[in-house]
Design a binder for this molecule. Structure first.
Ligand SMILES: [Fe+2]
Ligand SMILES: [Fe+2]
Length: 188
């Protein structure tokens, strides 16, 4: 499947705003890949498709989790918003003919992160948060740091993710804490 075919398929799958966000994440991921020396084509595909499972209903999403034997931890079971990353990574092969472990990993972890992320995973995790439509006041702090020190940018993002989870009163995934601890230790 060509990138044009993937784009067309995604456009027919997602709502307009989510599709625009996906294209923005793709463009931001390409810039980050150019700057940090990651594979540009993989960044393009992972950025474009990271939210490819975003439009599934609850029933369909839980059905796909079961079909793909995705092992959901306690928090993921209760926070529906986290599931589209796991399911999205699995449908890449069946829906978009992409069989690549780095792209799989980047899509799988884009909602929760993980310690010691591969560069592509880190890039998609950050690009999702800083694409031009993202307007939160702290996003500029990440944009200012990410072309300099991507790990420090990651900490800014994780700090703010934790703050917004606390504000919303939802469950905080343990990966978010573990990832923050890992990168604080690493950049000390
Ligand atoms: Fe997402
Ligand atoms: Fe996204």
């Amino acid at each position: 499947m060509t990138i044009e075919q993937m784009t067309e398929k995604l456009c027919n799958t997602l709502e307009e705003k989510r599709f625009k966000h996906s294209v923005n994440v793709m463009e931001t991921a390409v810039k980050l890949a150019e700057c940090h020396g990651a594979d540009i084509e993989k960044a393009r595909i992972a950025g474009l498709l990271h939210d490819c499972a975003k439009n599934y209903s609850k029933d369909a999403m839980y059905g796909l989790c079961a079909n793909y034997r995705i092992d959901l931890d306690d928090v993921s079971k209760k926070e529906f918003g986290l599931l589209h990353g796991f399911v999205g990574a699995h449908i890449l092969k069946d829906e978009y003919e992409i069989d690549d472990t780095e792209i799989f990993d980047a899509v799988y972890y884009h909602t929760i992160g993980k310690p010691d992320m591969p560069l592509l995973t880190k890039i998609i995790f950050i690009a999702d948060c800083i694409e031009p439509m993202r307007m939160a006041p702290w996003v500029d702090d990440i944009r200012n740091e990410v072309y300099n020190d991507i790990d420090k940018a990651l900490i800014i993002q994780l700090d703010n993710t934790i703050r917004s989870v606390l504000k919303k009163g939802t469950l905080l995934h343990t990966n978010t804490i573990d990832t923050r601890n890992y990168y604080i230790e690493k950049t000390r």
